[in-house]
Design a protein around this ligand. Structure first.
Ligand SMILES: NC(=O)c1ccc[n+]([C@@H]2O[C@H](COP(=O)([O-])OP(=O)(O)OC[C@H]3O[C@@H](n4cnc5c(N)ncnc54)[C@H](OP(=O)(O)O)[C@@H]3O)[C@@H](O)[C@H]2O)c1
Length: 341
């Protein structure tokens, strides 16, 4: 079988360049075209020496492909995607443009009128663990945000089983690559190293995405989520701890664990860990490790999840979605184990 041609819009950002690395190991697709504003005309391996061996020139415009990944900033992403969809090309959008179903929420959280509200109904939220059947036939898949991926996978079994009340706290810690490759004072080495800070306390843009998906899991309940992200001095990784009150009496940790194991029994990339997981246990891999437990003193659910923000939180999940959209095995090209130490 001929390899399927795929392309990356904006290979010069962290999500785009991680896609190039992962796609180079995929046996059934050929990375045929990459774009990048600041590096157009240069070879990919010249700009990113770790990709030596991929013989491609970065272009200003995408060439002929069957499926494209857009790793552009939001708004610009939608503008790039519209003409591709009109040509019948399948698209996985890594930006936030098509994640929220309600255009007014996009306006509220991103401060912009949605650039293509007519496409929101057809876009599928690309969390395979929840929407696998809708992703496979979709032309446009909205890859989830990095924080929402960890938070939703941590909470989904408990919310679906109606085990918890609506008041949920999501506390997340992210490495600095989550802020992207664009230079900023906050991610400057001497600012971020040996430092930890909470941010976006007035409301982070990933909050409506978390709420949207939790509501779908239990439509009878409107979740009230407090989400506090933190920046910590590591390159990759997100650790999320989620807290919520259990609805019914005392639940044993073993019963909760069994529920999480059952929910994830056919999931290739979600593992229920035996002990509180470390971000390093997912580094470079498409895994999400979850560890559910019960605080018996307070009757509270506590769930920890870890992911690599650039893999399960971005490029790896995008390839998982691509596999589903192209009818390939879901795990193809994503089997590599995490890097340790
Ligand atoms: N980082 C993550 O962990 C992560 C996870 C999930 C989703 N995402 C999403 O993925 C997308 C890319 O994020 P990233 O972290 O890879 O970003 P990034 O590393 O900051 O890359 C952004 C790149 O976009 C290019 N760019 C910026 N403004 C542009 C414009 N107006 N038109 C064209 N190119 C522009 C710049 O490349 P040039 O220098 O070549 O112009 C810049 O290097 C974003 O939508 C982000 O929300 C990121």
């Amino acid at each position: 079988m001929d390899k399927i041609k795929v392309g990356i819009i904006n290979v010069t950002g962290y999500a785009g360049v991680e896609l190039a690395r992962l796609l180079s190991q995929h046996p059934q697709v050929e990375l045929a075209s990459v774009t990048g504003r600041s590096a157009a005309g240069q070879s990919l391996s010249e700009v990113f020496p770790h990709l030596a061996g991929i013989d491609l020139t970065i272009k200003a415009k995408l060439g002929d492909v069957e499926l494209a990944f857009s790793a552009m900033p939001h708004k610009e992403s939608a503008e790039e995607i519209i003409p591709l969809l009109e040509k019948g090309i399948k698209v996985v959008d890594i930006s936030a443009d098509f994640r929220l179903k309600d255009a007014s929420e996009y306006q509220q959280w991103y401060g912009l009128n949605h650039p293509a509200p007519q496409l929101l109904a057809q876009a599928v939220y690309g969390l395979p663990e929840l929407h696998r059947a809708q992703i496979a036939p979709a032309q446009l898949v909205a890859n989830p945000g990095c924080y929402p991926t960890g938070a939703i996978l941590a909470l989904a079994p408990a919310v679906k089983a109606k085990l918890i009340g609506p008041d949920i706290i999501v506390d997340s810690k992210s490495g600095v690559s989550g802020a992207g490759r664009t230079l900023s004072l906050a991610t400057h080495y001497s600012e971020a190293n040996e430092d930890t800070t909470a941010y976006a306390l007035e409301g982070h843009r990933h909050l409506p995405e978390i709420t949207q998906e939790l509501k779908l899991l239990n439509p009878g309940q409107s979740p009230s989520v407090t989400f506090v992200p933190h920046l910590i001095p590591m390159t990759r990784g997100i650790l999320t701890t989620a807290y919520a009150n259990l609805t019914s009496g005392k639940l044993k940790a073993e019963e909760l664990r069994k529920l999480y194991l059952d929910f994830n029994k056919d999931e290739p990339f979600v593992r229920v860990a035996d002990s509180p997981p470390h971000t390093k246990q997912t580094w470079g891999s498409n895994l999400c490790l979850v560890y559910p437990t019960v605080d018996q003193r307070t009757g509270r659910l506590v769930v920890i999840s870890v992911i690599d923000n650039l893999v399960k939180g971005a490029a790896g999940q995008a390839i998982q979605n691509m596999n589903l959209m192209l009818g390939l095995p879901e795990t193809m090209g994503l089997e590599a184990l995490p890097v340790y130490p």
